[in-house]
Design a protein around this ligand. Structure first.
Ligand code: FMN
Length: 432
């Protein structure tokens, strides 16, 4: 009998060197974000685990002391095109910035990926938080936070307008008459907005299984509005506090009504790094080992980036300073400052947290305990699933797929196999 129980959705945040800043130093761990065999192995584990999607973030700079996977990485859209040929069922999420790209080209890339992958693709719309990115794009300064979001709103509308310019079936391919495309069913965009002027139409017909989906991650007011209006998936930052997570979940879902959307049309997936051991002690020892490799230089860069302030001048063992919302990314800063206040943390505590999971939530324990936590959050209405951020690959991801996923399946919370062929199908699947 088909189950009707609400199903959890799982994505994996792929960084070839692991999500932990020092994950690559674990014996046997993958140590490159530029290697085809490594990326191929990663996506195959995710598909074995029946994950909804394999997610590639992006950065547009290479800074000293940054996370190793940010210093040297493959360009995500080309990587996804290759990966989709070796993993034929899983969906993909792929980051392209609205601040440093062009809408017509972006519409082409993603509509091509929708054709090539059989509509297993989502565009992760980011406004880019790296403060130095503008230096690589012939600009004199960074566009400020709220303006970046105004650009993003128009950018997304243009891209979606270009995708939908072709009616399904507009390409008739009538050999008898010689009519290839019925141009009455292809509409130019004729867009003149505040930032973009684009005639259209796109030079790509509609993919038979649907347009690309949208992912959004920014958590500021502007970010939430963009998500509530347009996103199919939202990747969020939580710090482990259930009340804060509940408030964020409810606020985003309530906001959707303003844009005439149903709550279920958007899946909210908080990021989480699960550290798994056969015993609680073993899991804690693994986390301690990873943390022992954190160097102050790399951790300081990470926490400064996340807070949006250069904290190198502050006393590391003093209290976390009270600082107003920063200009780059409000999501991480809000989550980290709130945790620091609640738990009375020092800056050193905070940089340890930021180094572990790049500012995301870390949980540790046995597979049962990890499954309990995920189930608890899912059933309490704090999440529709999770963006899993393994500390290192392949070992920590294998552990999740081989030990936690079966536990979630036994509990009827997660699919045992893919029911459909597209990413849209995976997200709408509410049967076991
Ligand atoms: C969970 C999360 C993931 C993000 N991933 C990326 C990324 O891969 N590349 C990027 O340039 N920006 C990324 N961003 C930055 C956001 O797109 C956005 O520019 C930034 O968070 C500022 O918006 P906010 O103030 O609304 O958070 C991410 C942000 C969050 C919160």
């Amino acid at each position: 009998m088909p189950q009707t129980k609400r199903q959890m959705h799982l994505a994996v945040f792929w960084l070839g060197t692991g999500n932990h800043i020092a994950g690559w130093r674990m014996p046997g761990a993958f140590d490159s974000n530029c290697s085809w065999p490594i990326a191929e192995a990663g996506v195959k584990i995710a598909e074995r685990g029946k994950f909804d999607l394999f997610f590639l973030a992006d950065s547009l700079v290479s800074a000293p002391n940054d996370h190793p996977s940010m210093q040297s990485r493959l360009e995500p859209t080309t990587t996804i095109a290759a990966l989709s040929l070796v993993a034929r069922k899983i969906g993909f999420g792929c980051t392209v910035s609205t601040s440093f790209s062009d809408p017509f080209s972006t519409a082409r890339v993603f509509q091509s990926l929708a054709h090539l992958t059989g509509s297993r693709i989502a565009w992760n719309v980011v406004t880019t938080n790296a403060p130095e990115a503008y230096l690589n794009f012939s600009r004199d300064a960074n566009t400020e936070h709220d303006e970046r979001y105004r650009v993003a709103e128009e950018f997304v509308d243009v891209v979606r307008g270009l995708w939908s310019g072709w009616d399904p079936g507009a390409v008739v391919r009538d050999r008898a008459s010689g009519l290839f495309a019925d141009r009455a069913r292809v509409r130019p965009l004729e867009h003149t907005g505040r930032y973009f002027k684009i005639k259209g139409p796109l030079n790509i017909e509609r993919p038979p299984h649907g347009d690309p989906l949208l992912i959004q991650a920014g958590g500021s007011e502007q970010g939430q509005d963009l998500s509530a209006r347009t996103a199919d998936i939202v990747f969020s930052v939580v710090n482990g506090d259930k009340d804060e997570a509940k408030a964020a979940y409810d606020s985003l879902k309530a906001r959707m009504a303003r844009f005439g959307r149903e709550r279920d049309e958007l899946k909210l997936l908080p990021g989480v790094m699960p550290i798994i051991g056969r015993t609680e002690a073993e899991a804690k020892a693994q986390l301690d080992r990873l943390q022992s490799w954190v160097s102050p230089t790399t951790a300081l860069r990470m926490v400064s980036l996340r807070l949006g302030y250069d904290i190198t001048k502050h006393d590391l063992d003093g209290p976390v300073p009270e600082l107003p919302p920063n200009a780059n990314s409000q999501s991480f800063a809000r989550a980290l400052f709130a945790k620091a206040r609640r738990e009375n943390l020092t800056l050193r505590d905070l940089y340890n947290i930021a180094a572990a999971a790049r500012g995301h939530w870390v949980i540790w324990g046995t597979p049962t305990r990890i499954a309990d936590t995920l189930q608890d959050w899912f059933e309490a209405g704090l999440a529709d699933g999770f963006m899993i951020q393994p500390a290192y690959f392949p070992g920590a991801f294998d552990d999740f797929v081989d030990l936690v996923v079966p536990e979630l399946q036994r509990r009827g919370l997660f699919r045992r196999d893919y029911a459909g062929a597209t990413l849209r199908n995976h997200l709408r699947q509410d049967e076991g």
